[in-house]
Design a protein. Structure first.
Lengths: 250, 438, 481
């Protein structure tokens, strides 16, 4: 589904990604771990199409389609979803209105009519129940005055509504207490199926206890330096990242 | 003859007293022409909408004081911040008093404008700075420029800081029935230099005094200037304070204005930011009673990116007093990432007091954070009641709440003795003695 | 469909008859320029009673002695008042014979607004050969209103039919000498609307569709007078929600609202007159005086969405004369390209326990200048007066300006006044976030602007709100590049 080949990316002439190779197939969950500043969030942003980054070399394909020339919204229409580490506040725009716009824009891109209001309401009800989201929450301004946990839950709620093919969860666990983490992870697990794929970006192993990955990759200094199964995450948790750094130096 | 005509015709007399063959005098001549053209501002002008100088112009002020009065230090000690050692530049009826002053040329210049304007050794500096930031539009500034002759001259060279704060004190003895003073100050603080200044105008009798003062401050790169204006004059005095501040990159200038006394006070405080990462602070506490009138007119012009300005003016207005606040922030197109804040809070404690406030933003850059807030209200009844139930009498309770209200403005005063003094002045003004200091 | 001049005239006469508005439809136009004779001639043409003629003349004399105001934060070439024709039987001559002749850009805008083909023709000034639905609707409206005793007609008609009401109230809130443009309007006003709601009557409908018809053909100097008698209620919608390509450069309207004891008037405006082209040439000058008077327990609320005109100069105000009266002002002003808007409100607190709320949202884009100018005045008698003001500016791009000039004057110690103002921009991170969820940049901006303006949009009657939202989108199109 997702294929990244020898990806190099810069921000303001600073090299951040230095040759990433990654293949993600439908139905898989990949975890990308790594110390601070290793390029994890950059990778997520580059896949989503943030323009601050300059792709120097390499390419990204989604289901065989080269993403390079595509705007962020076009990538979204293809089925890429990124859960933001710091979701953005948009005062005055309710969660419901925002989602309505997002869903209908997506449908428009696929040549479909707007989703009928009753169907939209039904979908909202279904997904909000699944994620234990209070209905009142839906009429609040998007992320405006939300707590950290609420923001992250809202991200997963949007993911549920938009039903992406590829979801990238960027540090979704940061700032969450254990209850919120459990709710968010349960939500993600419910959304897993054989046709979609999830890339979990995290610093800690904690989230991976709930969202169990098929593969774990360690990102260090802009490269994937180690790949393995979920045991690798446990080892990182116990021993930290130092041994990887040392291996690198050696 | 009204004051306007008297001033214009007095210019000839003034010329006979100064060296007219200097570039300075060309500036003066141009200024008197400008003043002649514009005259005294009227309420029809937007900037003077809420303040009238009408009655002032009917008074027969003497423009060239006789002088010759001497004063004993003990009689005027109370007007100094005597608790700490300071340099002092003292004027009696507009004339420099050497025995009350303490000036210096030791590494820094703390001396007289008259010297700076006439002695060749200062010529270069004067040519570079004199009347370079003061307005050529504002008619009262022009008037001061025309008659500029005496005042404080402070020059702090690169990386220097005077050993102690500087006090500028203007005393009026009542030697004249009605006296007009036009001090002119020039303060230059070079790269990474630093200075603290306290300015005060005081008349010693109830004879009328009209002061039209102009101060130019130049803060070069990384300079730090801390300026305090103590305005607690008699009920017969009028003060028009025009202060112009030119700031270069990374400099930090703050001006605190404490307006407690005087009949009519107008503060024109203008900050021009001409570099990046500049910080400008404008703070004021105004507490008025009787028929006092104070008008704060501020301007902060953000002309370069990444600068900040903080304005915080608090006012308490009793009896038949009037408070005016007109704060203008301009953010130029290139001044991206500007942070400009302005706050003006007022409490009216009398039904006959008036507050007119006009916070004004003019923004031409899009990536800026600018906000202004303004409130007019009363002391919180609930809080009053609470204090009373704790045994604090009503008057003290009110004073306490007013103290609390003015508190954050005093917080940034960096001379502790001055803070204490201001506290006492405020307590006096509120007619209470409190058993604590803020 | 080739008409002869004669056929056209005939048809239009019939049409206007059906509107029931214009009694005098002579096709002649008075010579350019303004003088006492012209004022008298205007009054004569409209067959006005003598007191009205005299009233106009006095206004004219006042105007002659006045200077055009300089204080608004706008720059323009001042109109030559002697080069304007102050009377021409309005809009009876179709400009085009079919829609094919109309500027396609204008039609595209109509399309976006969802305006019916027939109405498009009318708004663009195309000759219509069928009786429009709305006319019959209007007649039905008129009947319903008449049953309740509500008078709703043109001001010309009111001068003829209800002189006692007009005489009593016209100029009572906006005196003839109030300002330069109000004086001019008082002297030469062409037509406008008159509305009277009797005691205790709640007007059963928003006076909107009806108004749109009335509006077609009202000239540059419009005069509106709304009187809500004790305990009555009316919601009044003003505006042409389609961008009429008006040839009149100068518009100087006067609107007077009178809310007697316990009455409530809601006055909503959507203004999108021709703002001029992208280079700033052309466009309407909109210099309006709008003011309402509140007696005891009365309430007046102004809501406006201003996206049009090259220059807007308008301050819908409330004089809170009666105790416990309430004034509200909700405004969205959008400026793009070279537009200039200087708009805001005045809340004059005279009575006890009076309350006012001001919410102003200014959005500047392109090379435009957007100013909020407001006055909150609490007089010494106005015990316990309350005001809350909030002025937010949103800047898009770096060539525009946002200005706030709030004047606050308090003379009573029990007054409580709060004023807040902020300036912000649309963040790149906000746009990227929307993009990531599949929303393109243009739509994202519309969404963010809508959110920013929400508090005001919410105050508009439903059908107006939808159009207003679309207008916001249209007027900001292409503003981010």
């Amino acid at each position: 589904m997702l294929e990244i080949k020898n990806l190099h990316a810069n921000i303001e002439n600073k090299k951040i990604l230095k040759g990433i190779n990654l293949t993600v197939n439908p139905g898989e969950v990949h975890a990308i771990m790594g110390p601070n500043g290793s390029g994890k969030s950059t990778l997520a942003s580059v896949i989503a199409g943030r323009e601050d980054f300059e792709i120097k070399k390499g390419s990204i394909f989604l289901e065989g389609e080269d993403l390079e020339e595509l705007a962020p919204e076009e990538r979204a229409h293809l089925g890429i979803f990124m859960s933001f580490q710091y979701p953005v506040e948009i005062p005055g725009v309710t969660v419901t209105n925002f989602l309505k716009t997002a869903i209908n824009e997506g449908r428009k891109a696929r040549g479909l009519e707007d989703m009928p209001a009753n169907q939209m309401l039904k979908l909202i009800r279904e997904k909000s129940e699944m994620l234990e989201i209070d209905r009142k929450f839906l009429s609040r301004s998007l992320n405006d005055g939300f707590s950290g946990g609420e923001k992250k839950r809202n991200e997963i709620f949007q993911m549920a509504m938009l039903e992406p093919k590829l979801a990238i969860l960027d540090e979704t666990d940061s700032g969450l207490d254990i209850d919120a983490l459990r709710i968010v992870a349960n939500g993600v697990n419910k959304l897993r199926n054989k046709d979609n794929a999830i890339v979990v970006i995290t610093h800690y192993q904690r989230l991976l206890e709930y969202i169990v990955p098929d593969y774990v990759h360690v990102l260090f200094d802009g490269k994937i330096v180690k790949s393995g199964n979920k045991e690798l995450a446990l080892k990182l948790e116990e021993q930290g990242y130092d041994w990887i750094k040392q291996e690198e130096v050696v | 003859m009204d004051l306007n005509d008297k001033l214009i015709s007095s210019f000839l007399a003034f010329e006979s007293d100064v060296d007219v063959n200097t570039p300075i005098h060309e500036i003066r001549s141009e200024a008197i022409r400008n003043f002649e053209q514009k005259g005294f501002p009227t309420k029809k002008q937007e900037a003077w909408k809420y303040t009238s100088l009408g009655s002032l112009q009917k008074t027969d002020f003497s423009i060239f004081p006789k002088g010759g009065k001497t004063l004993e230090y003990k009689d005027i000690k109370q007007y100094f911040l005597y608790e700490i050692d300071t340099y002092k530049i003292v004027f009696i009826d507009g004339i420099y008093s050497s025995y009350l002053s303490e000036t210096t040329h030791d590494g820094v210049d703390v001396c007289l404008m008259s010297a700076a304007l006439t002695k060749p050794m200062y010529r270069q500096v004067i040519e570079l700075y004199f009347n370079k930031i003061a307005s050529r539009e504002e008619s009262l500034t022009n008037l001061n420029t025309a008659f500029s002759k005496e005042g404080a001259y402070i020059y702090i060279p690169k990386h220097k800081a005077p050993r102690k704060p500087i006090q500028i004190l203007h005393l009026a003895t009542g030697n004249e029935a009605a006296l007009m003073l036009q001090p002119r100050n020039l303060i230059i603080v070079e790269d990474n230099a630093e200075v603290q200044i306290i300015e005060r105008h005081q008349s010693l009798t109830n004879n009328e005094v009209f002061t039209n003062s102009v101060t130019e401050i130049f803060a070069a790169k990384d300079a730090r200037v801390d300026y305090y204006k103590v305005q607690n004059d008699n009920a017969s005095s009028t003060l028009i304070d025009n202060t112009y501040i030119d700031q270069k990159g990374n400099s930090n200038v703050s001006v605190h204005t404490f307006s407690l006394g005087g009949k009519l006070t107008r503060n024109n405080l203008n900050f021009y930011q001409k570099g990046e990462r500049i910080d400008s602070t404008l703070k004021g506490v105004t507490i008025l009673g009787e028929k006092q009138h104070v008008d704060h007119h501020t301007l902060v012009h953000h002309a370069q990116p990444n600068c900040e300005s903080h304005q915080d003016y608090k006012g308490i207005f009793g009896e038949r007093s009037t408070g005016v606040f007109n704060g203008k922030i301009i953010v130029d197109k290139i001044a991206q990432k500007t942070n400009a804040f302005q706050q003006n809070n007022n409490v009216l404690i009398s039904d006959r007091a008036t507050v007119n406030t006009k916070p004004q933003l003019e923004i031409f850059a899009d990536d800026v954070k600018c906000s202004h807030g303004c409130t007019i209200g009363q002391l919180d009844d609930e809080a009053m009641f609470y204090l009373q139930t704790r045994g604090i009498p009503r008057k003290e309770a009110a004073a306490l709440l007013m103290y609390a209200f003015a508190n954050n403005v005093l917080e940034s005063v960096r001379i502790p003795e001055l803070k204490t003094r201001i506290n006492k002045l405020i307590a006096n003004k509120l007619g209470v003695s409190l058993g604590f200091e803020l | 469909m080739a008409y002869t001049e004669e056929e056209l005239k005939k048809e239009l006469e019939t049409k206007e008859y059906e509107y029931g508005f214009y009694t005098d439809i002579e096709s002649d136009t008075l010579p350019k320029g303004l003088s006492e004779d012209i004022v008298i001639a205007i009054s004569k043409k409209k067959d006005e009673p003598e007191w009205m003629t005299e009233w106009r003349l006095e206004a004219y004399r006042a105007w002659k002695a006045m200077d055009e105001p300089e204080w608004p934060n706008v720059t323009y070439n001042k109109p030559n008042f002697q080069d304007i024709s102050y009377y021409s039987a309005p809009n009876k001559k179709p400009k085009y014979n079919s829609l094919d002749e109309v500027d396609p850009e204008l039609l595209e805008t109509f399309e976006k607004l969802g305006i019916s083909l027939e109405e498009q023709k009318k708004l663009a000034g195309v000759a219509v050969d069928i009786v429009m639905d709305s006319v019959s609707v209007a007649t039905t409206f008129k009947k319903t209103l008449a049953e309740k005793g509500i008078i709703f007609c043109s001001i010309s008609e009111a001068i003829q039919e209800h002189p006692e009401l007009v005489k009593k109230y016209i100029g009572s809130v906006v005196p003839r000498k109030d300002n330069f443009y109000a004086a001019l309007n008082s002297a030469v006003f062409s037509d406008g609307s008159f509305c009277y709601i009797p005691k205790g009557v709640r007007c059963p409908m928003e006076l909107s569709t009806y108004f749109r018809i009335n509006q077609a053909g009202t000239g540059q100097f419009e005069r509106t007078l709304v009187i809500a008698d004790e305990g009555s209620y009316v919601s009044y919608l003003e505006g042409c929600t389609a961008p009429m390509r008006d040839e009149n450069q100068l518009h100087a309207a006067v609107v007077e609202l009178i809310a007697l004891d316990s009455a409530e008037i809601k006055y909503s405006t959507v203004q999108n007159w021709y703002p001029g082209d992208k280079n700033g040439s052309g466009g309407v000058f909109n210099f309006v005086t709008k003011r309402g008077l509140c007696e005891r327990n009365a309430k007046i609320s102004w809501t406006q969405v201003e996206t049009g005109s090259a220059i807007t100069w308008k301050y819908p105000s409330c004089v809170l004369k009666g105790d416990n009266s309430i004034g509200e002002f909700y405004s969205i002003a959008v400026t793009n390209n070279h537009q200039q808007a200087d708009t805001g409100t005045k809340m004059i607190h005279l009575g006890k326990n009076t309350k006012s709320t001001i919410i102003s949202k200014g959005i500047s884009a392109g090379k435009s200048q957007n100013s909020y100018r407001g006055l909150v005045q609490v007089n010494s008698r106005a015990k316990n007066a309350r005001n809350f003001s909030q002025c937010d500016s949103l800047l898009m791009g770096n060539a525009c300006g946002a200005h706030t000039f709030p004047y606050i004057e308090a003379k009573n110690k029990s007054a409580q006044i709060e004023h807040e103002a902020t300036t912000s921009k649309i963040g790149e991170d906000q746009i990227f976030y929307c993009n990531q969820r599949g929303i393109d940049t243009e739509k994202a901006i519309a969404l963010i602007v809508n959110g920013f303006s929400k508090e005001v949009l919410n105050k508009l009657p439903m059908e107006f709100a939808v159009e207003a939202q679309k207008l916001l989108e249209i007027s900001l199109e292409g503003s981010v590049g």
